[in-house]
Design a protein around this ligand. Structure first.
Ligand code: F6P
Length: 326
């Protein structure tokens, strides 16, 4: 196996708090181990446009606490074509990049896996997405911060919900995964979560609303995961408005506010550990893996497993939510 002298690093897909901490960890770990680092701007697109710069330790100073990504991110359509990936590979050769660490979510890791197998190129992934929807890791970088952002918002909405005795449907992100909605509901003391992993019949929802709203509570908060399966918060609000016109219903879509902000301590530590492990894995000769966290240990997960499998949602959490929201 060829010796790795230069590592390329990029952030791609939807940004997540902690991407900068991961970039810092990759850069510093590589330099610590005597390697050169080239930062690729705007995700895989930077490989096509040549927006690549050598990074020294000071390039990543003072970024661990910053949300977003200082090397920008993008979703690159060209990289999804064989021709685009061929061009990217040519650029990598020209730049003398021997291996890459890619920081991003599901789409990023999928692109990385295809590229790695087409060109037999060493890649290690660091799972960074607020959605937490990647198999093989208990948590993804950014998820904890997004969850805390949701709590902050729900706590505030609860004040007005309770003053006006209203029912709020709050839509959170997750791209077809209910981790943010379900854990956000438990942590904020919400009455219910509507998630794509379980089908919620409208009658069940209405029953819940009726009993919760009328008997013991004067306000209710329901977290809804964005998804075509759930139909989103608007869909449920409309149904309640039609079927229970007495209820004072409001909708809040939290949107991209969930993607911003300074990463939590948990996300900074996770990003630092994963970024460091990613570089060490490449030096050890590992490839086509993603770093994960399992029982507080950093583990290597084959990219093929991480991408192919859907991350299961712990059904016990639903029980906890139902029990505690009486
Ligand atoms: O995957 C992260 C995520 O924030 C999803 O939760 C959401 O569906 C999507 O990205 C939004 O993407 P965009 O920023 O392109 O609107």
């Amino acid at each position: 196996m060829a010796l790795i002298k230069t590592i390329g690093v990029l952030t791609s897909g939807g940004d997540a708090p902690g991407m900068n901490a991961a970039l810092r960890a990759v850069t510093r770990s590589a330099i610590f181990n005597g390697l050169r680092v080239k930062a690729i701007y705007r995700g895989f697109r930077g490989l096509l446009t040549g927006e690549i710069a050598e990074f020294k330790t000071q390039n990543v100073s003072n970024i661990i606490q910053q949300g977003g990504t200082v090397i920008k991110t993008a979703r690159c359509k060209e990289f999804q074509t064989p021709e685009g990936r061929r061009q990217a590979y040519e650029r990598i050769k020209k730049e003398g990049i021997d291996a890459m660490v890619v920081i991003g979510g599901d789409g990023t890791l999928t692109g990385a896996r295809i590229f790695a197998s087409e060109f037999n190129f060493p890649i290690v992934g660091v799972p960074c997405t607020i959605d937490n929807d990647i198999y093989g890791t208990d948590s993804t970088v950014g998820y904890d911060t997004a969850l805390n952002t949701i709590l902050d918002a729900v706590d505030k909405i609860r004040d007005t919900a309770s003053s006006h005795e209203r029912l709020f449907f709050i839509e959170v992100m997750g791209r077809d995964a209910g981790f943010l909605a379900l854990n956000g509901a438990i942590a904020s003391g919400a009455e219910a979560a509507i998630i794509p992993e379980t089908t919620t019949e409208v009658d069940q929802l209405a029953e819940f609303v009726k009993s919760g709203f009328r008997k013991s509570k004067n306000s209710s908060i329901v977290l809804v995961a964005e998804s075509e399966v759930t139909g989103g918060a608007m869909h449920y609000a409309d149904r309640v408005k039609n079927e229970y016109p007495d209820y004072d219903v409001r909708v809040v879509i939290l949107g991209h506010v969930q993607r911003g902000g300074s990463p939590s301590a948990y996300d900074r530590i996770l990003a630092s550990r994963m970024g460091n492990a990613a570089v060490e894995a490449l030096i050890d000769g590992q490839r086509n893996i993603m770093m994960g966290i399992d029982d507080d240990q950093i583990v290597a997960v084959p990219l093929s497993r991480a991408i192919k499998n859907d991350k299961p949602l712990d059904r016990e959490l639903l029980k906890v939510l139902r029990t505690l929201s009486i």
